[in-house]
Design a protein around this ligand. Structure first.
Ligand SMILES: O=C(O)CCC(=O)C(=O)O
Ligand SMILES: [Fe+2]
Length: 589
């Protein structure tokens, strides 16, 4: 996924912490269980948790959300049609069609705040139904097994940072117009003489197995199924599988790929190379919005075909028996509408953006910088206009970008304005975008930190305002965590490590949130906690997992700042926590 030229990553200045410093932090043990007393205004202790008087997320007290409250994986079953399609080459292909309708605030609440009333809500913005197709057994099981036998023992998949989540990709490209390019390519193993000769051979073998399926089934289906996008623009503009790659998900290293749109592909095909249920649970999901995932129960060789408007991601759950052997492999094809693989993506969303679709406006905003001949000022203004319009129409991702631009966490010419930022974070919340909650938590904690400093200066010991702000911030983090927001889940680990809100340090719960986040930083802190209580085996296991996900990789921190918790820059994993009740403060990672 390419980020918008204008809303690129702004380098967040976070104080980095060395390993030694963090070890130093253990001098104040991270893992101490116990009640610090209910210092929150009006809070009550029931011996286990300290409950602030009037703060709840839904009907639960703030601080009481557990990882086990997160939704269980649900399988997508709502196929609207099962049919057989005759391809132009004479083949008959069975196809099931599914539809996902994206939720936005207009569709959901039927009402909106005064700012939003001025939005151009039309039927396209209210009901963005995105269709996708499943082609069962698009690849034969024996071909899949041949692919896996080539890759299963290959130790040197790419480990460059992924553009969606900033963690190692664990992928290998079978084909790409950028293959073997030294300049500006993160695929270092493709220009390293130690790896290159074997990779060339490996690709030839993979191509020999996979290429026939492209020509006879997949590309033919794509061109026939999406005539306007893929075959009606003339022979040189036929849809072409420009990027072909294989990804590995495996217990102990990468098991997820954050929720996203494939804005760089006019059509995507994902072929599962593993069996749902037998090799893994969960897997590829389609999404009506953040937090609402429905998993595709794909068997070996089944293909999913979709366009950029489909919100999707991957979360692999351990299988129930022998969980340590869980793995999922997928073959991914990103099509462009050019036989020469030229990038025409600046055309793809222009018309529907013009017609007022907020999602198209959001997607098109990332493309205007590459419109041929556009000047920088024009592009800047269009990016801004598109994001404002998209945000007001219910596209949460755009609301987040505008909010971050007001905070100057993304480069823009907007004046720094926290009130406006909060307004746009709230808009994102109405669109069920968890980054809205995370943004609000950030603003509230920064305010709490400031008030704490002022109180300390005036030696006024009234903790009330700061606590109220922290309670509100944690309520936002819990709402976001429920929507699968990994930075919020990580920070709930901090809440229970330091006893914020509850007044009770709960190391077990903290570790569970750190691990649930699936972030390398989460595994790292959980490993340190295990070490602090002398659990060396767990320390080694979690430390290994942190390492496999890029903790300590020289690029991880920068990659994290570019991707945030899912493809959008300008957000920090380290929240501005005020000093906790026992005088400690979370380390900055
Ligand atoms: O691995 C998969 O099944 C899909 C990955 C994906 O969505 C992507 O790489 O864009
Ligand atoms: Fe994708």
């Amino acid at each position: 996924m390419k980020l918008s030229l204008l809303f690129q990553a702004a380098c967040f200045t976070t104080t980095s912490i060395s390993l030694n410093q963090l070890h130093g932090a253990q001098a104040q043990p991270l893992l101490v269980e116990g009640d610090l007393g209910c210092l929150n205004d009006g809070g009550t202790s029931d011996g286990d948790t300290c409950r602030p008087a009037s703060s709840t997320t839904g009907d639960k007290p703030v601080g009481s959300l557990l990882p086990s409250h997160l939704p269980e994986p649900v399988v997508f079953t709502n196929f609207v049609e099962n049919t057989t399609v005759s391809l132009s080459n004479g083949r008959e292909v069975p196809v099931s069609t599914g539809t996902v309708t994206q939720i936005n605030q207009f569709a959901n609440s039927g009402s909106s705040s005064s700012t939003l009333n001025s939005a151009t809500a039309n039927s396209e913005s209210i009901n963005l139904a995105t269709e996708f197709s499943v082609l069962p057994q698009a690849l034969s099981r024996s071909s899949v097994d041949n692919v896996l036998s080539i890759l299963q023992d290959y130790q040197y998949l790419d480990e460059d940072p992924d553009t969606v989540d900033g963690m190692p990709t664990y992928e290998i490209f079978v084909d790409s117009p950028d293959l073997y390019q030294r300049q500006g390519n993160n695929k270092v193993r493709d220009s390293d003489p130690n790896f290159l000769p074997y990779r060339i051979q490996l690709r030839e073998k993979l191509q020999a197995i996979l290429q026939p399926y492209l020509t006879t089934v997949l590309t033919t289906f794509v061109q026939q199924h999406y005539p306007d996008a893929c075959s009606n623009k003339g022979p040189s503009r036929a849809c072409t599988p420009c990027y072909s790659l294989i990804r590995r998900y495996r217990h102990g290293d990468r098991v997820s790929h954050a929720t996203h749109h494939d804005g760089h592909a006019i059509v995507t095909v994902v072929v599962s190379l593993s069996d749902y249920g037998l090799d893994y649970r969960g897997g590829l999901y389609v999404s009506t919005g953040f937090g609402q995932h429905e998993f595709m129960a794909l068997k070996k060789g089944d293909a999913v075909v979709h366009q950029s408007t489909l919100l999707h991601g991957v979360k692999v759950y351990d299988k129930l028996e022998r969980p340590e052997t869980t793995q999922r492999w997928s073959w991914i094809l990103w099509y462009r509408d050019s036989t020469a693989c030229a990038d025409y993506s600046y055309e793809w969303f222009a018309d529907c953006a013009q017609r007022g679709s907020p999602l198209c406006q959001q997607l098109h905003s990332t493309k205007v910088g590459s419109v041929p001949g556009i000047d920088a000022k024009d592009a800047y203004n269009q990016v801004l206009d598109l994001n404002f319009a998209a945000a007001r129409g219910g596209a949460g991702g755009s609301a987040i970008k505008v909010a971050r631009a007001y905070l100057q966490q993304l480069p823009s010419r907007l004046e720094f304005d926290q009130t406006k930022a909060a307004e746009f974070f709230q808009m994102a919340i109405q669109s069920h975008h968890p980054d809205g909650h995370y943004g609000m938590a950030h603003l509230l904690l920064a305010q709490a930190q400031l008030q704490q400093q002022q109180q300390q200066q005036s030696s006024d010991n009234n903790m009330y305002y700061q606590d109220a702000l922290v309670v509100q911030a944690v309520a936002h983090l819990e709402s976001a965590a429920q929507l699968g927001h990994v930075y919020s889940q990580f920070n709930l680990g901090m809440v229970h490590t330091y006893g914020y809100v509850t007044g009770h340090i709960n190391g077990t719960l903290a570790a569970s949130w750190f691990i649930t986040s699936g972030l390398p930083e989460g595994y790292y802190v959980a490993a340190q906690q295990a070490k602090a209580v002398g659990d060396r085996e767990r320390y080694a296991q979690l430390g290994q997992r942190a390492h496999a996900l890029g903790f300590m990789a020289p690029w991880r921190k920068q990659a994290r700042q570019h991707t945030g918790s899912g493809g959008a820059a300008g957000v920090d994993l380290n929240l501005p926590w005020p000093t906790a009740m026992d005088g400690r403060q979370p380390p900055k990672l």
